[in-house]
Every structure is written in C-alpha cells, then in structure tokens.
Ligand binder design. Structure first.
Ligand code: AMP
Ligand code: MG
Length: 347
C-alpha cells in the first residue's frame, strides 16, 4: 500500500477513535434556570454530564428552595417560623431538623458577633417595615420592643426539636441568614441529582460547587454600594465557596436626607451606621450570609478583626466613607476596580 494511503488510514482511524471517545465522554452540559422564590430572584446553574441530568438537578435545586420557603417565610402563616412567632409567650412549637439547625447556627453567629447578629430582631423589623413602605418608629415604640429582641428568651429543646419564644411579642426573623442556608441545601440537592458543578444564587447570596466545564472557576462581581445596579467594585473567582453581600443600598427609604435601611443594630434597633456594604466569602452560604449581616453591624474595625480571626472566612467591607477594606486572604484574589480607595492592610 502506498505510504500516503497508510497515513490517510491512520488519520481516519484516529478521527474515528476520537469520535467514539467523545461519544463515551460527551462535554458536560450547562443549564440555567431562574424563579421568584423567598421574595427574590433565584437562579441556579447546573453543570451535568447530559442535558437531562442538568435539567433535573436545576429543577431539584429550585424545588428545595421552594420547600425551605414554606418552612421559613414569615409571609406564609403556616411556615414553621410563623408558627413559632404566633406562639410567642404561649408554647413551644415542633420544628424540622433544617429549621432547628438554622436557629442553632444563628445563635452561634450571634455569639461570634457579640450579639450584632440577632434573629430575635423580628419585632424591630416589623416596626420599620422597610421591606414594604418603610416608616420611622418612635423612640417609645422602640423602647417597648427592646426587651423582646433578646436571644436569652429563646428556648430550644433539641431532643424534642421544639422552639419556644418565651415572651409574648417576640418574633424570629431569619432574613439575614436563611437565603445563605437555602443556597447550601439547594447545592447539596443538585449534587445528589447528578450535577457535577453549579451555582445557586438567591440575589446576593451565592453558593458554588465545582468548576465550569472548561475548567474555569465561577466568577462574580461585588456590587458597588453607591453606583447603579450592575456597576461592580471588584471581581472574584470562587470554587466550592459561598459569597454573600449585605448592604444599606438593598432595601431602604430616604427621609430628610437620611437613609433608613434594613440592617438593624440590635442594641439601638436603628439601622446600623458603620458600613455601606459587607461581602463575606466562606465555605458555607449559611456562614457567609449570617456573617455579612452581623459584620455590617459591627463595622469595619471589629468586623475585619473577626474575619481575620475566623478560619476559611474572607471579606470585603465598604465603610461609610466609601473606603474598601479587604481581608488578607482576598488581597491577591480580588480584582478591584483601580479607582476604588483601599484601606491598607493592618494585619
Ligand atoms: P442581609 O441582606 O443578609 O444582610 O439580611 C438583612 C435582613 O436580615 C433584614 O432584611 C432583616 O430581615 C434581617 N436583619 C436585620 N438586622 C438584623 C440583625 N442585626 N441580625 C440578624 N438579622 C437582621
Ligand atoms: Mg446576611
């Protein structure tokens, strides 16, 4: 056989083998789906070996968030959190393991943040009504509420899985941590349904697992707290990590030139005044979300000290002057907009 024909045959054989291999190992498929859940836009990105599995995993992720919304939403009167709140001062309410876990982890984050994170803040959240019209509660009104915002008056029976708010008028509000935990649980469900990699994003509360099919990490922008939506402060790649941002620009109303926003200082029951935004990167969404709210209240100095003290926790804080504080583990990872004024590392 002439040399050219042999070469030709080899080329055809190699091509056929490549096609067969590709058929055995097809490129992973990416599916993205969004839905309105937990009062926000929830987007899931699912990477799986085939289209069917990618769709199934994405649908299962969204379904998990819908299930958790039914347990935790204070807008749903039958939710476990609503039942616990309605029974305040009267009786203990049985809850699911997820709800108990959420409350337990919230208490842990309250301890880490010296009480700056406090899920008993419910009556104050109601008084300010910021997620709706927003109103200025009087000093007297806030003074009456203050004894109710007290985690010491929350009783948990872990054996019986029961939760009791011992004072009438108390109310849990898991708005500062629930989305992060929902992202974790939805990501677990997606993996159980065959997703190799993915992202669960409940607006600013994001959990990632794995990498994109091309080997790249998932990339996120941190919203600039004083520019229009979509203008970013910096860019960050994540792998098997969660990121969460708390900001005074997310929900607020203006009155007499003052911004009244949705993150309340449990000591004063007024909007916290030491930061514009806090972004936390952690392994778990529950940690990133709980800490972003608590650290927002603590402010940049105490907040950054806490970030540095915690293993596998990193963060970016924009203070009230617009200066950016970046934790030591993010300094080489975060691509900041060069115009942004950065506070020099103190550590
Ligand atoms: P995030 O966007 O994660 O900071 O959550 C903000 C939400 O957490 C608010 O809308 C309230 O529902 C709730 N919240 C406000 N202040 C606090 C606080 N000090 N501790 C815990 N939750 C809070
Ligand atoms: Mg939070």
């Amino acid at each position: 056989m002439p040399r050219q024909s042999i070469d030709h045959m080899i080329v055809i054989m190699v091509m056929t083998m490549a096609t067969m291999l590709a058929a055995c190992h097809p490129q992973p498929v990416i599916v993205k789906r969004s839905q309105l859940l937990m009062g926000t836009v929830v987007s899931v990105t699912s990477v799986a070996p085939d289209r069917e599995r990618a769709h199934r995993a994405a649908a299962a992720g969204l379904e998990e968030i819908r299930r958790l919304e039914k347990l935790w939403s204070t807008w749903i009167p039958t939710s476990e959190v609503s039942q616990v709140n309605a029974a305040a001062g009267r009786q203990a309410i049985p809850v699911s393991p997820e709800t108990l876990d959420l409350i337990d982890r919230s208490i842990h984050i309250a301890a880490l943040t010296e009480g700056a994170f406090n899920i008993a803040v419910g009556p104050a959240v109601r008084a300010w009504n910021i997620s709706d019209q927003g109103r200025l509660p009087s000093r007297e009104e806030l003074a009456k509420i203050r004894p109710l915002v007290d985690l010491a008056a929350l009783r948990i029976d872990r054996q019986a899985r029961r939760v009791f708010l011992t004072r009438a008028g108390m109310a849990l509000d898991i708005g500062g941590i629930g989305k992060g935990y929902a992202a974790d649980l939805a990501a677990d469900v997606m993996q159980r349904h065959g997703a190799l990699a993915g992202v669960v994003a409940l607006s600013g509360d994001i959990k990632t697992f794995g990498r994109m099919p091309d080997g790249h990490r998932f990339v996120f922008g941190i919203q600039h707290p004083r520019r229009e939506h979509g203008v970013i402060l910096g860019r960050l790649e994540l792998e098997n990590e969660a990121v969460s941002t708390a900001g005074d620009y997310q929900r607020y109303f203006m009155q007499n030139g003052i911004r009244y926003h949705h993150i309340l200082d449990p000591r004063t029951l007024e909007p916290a005044r030491l930061a514009r935004s806090v972004t936390i990167v952690a392994r778990e969404g529950i940690m990133a979300d709980g800490l972003d709210t608590g650290i927002f209240v603590l402010g940049p100095e105490k907040g950054m000290a806490l970030i540095e003290a915690l293993p596998e926790v990193e963060g970016v804080i924009v203070d009230t002057q617009g200066r950016v504080w970046v934790s030591s583990g993010l300094r080489t990872r975060l691509q900041l907009d060069p115009q942004v004024p950065v506070v020099e590392a103190t550590k």
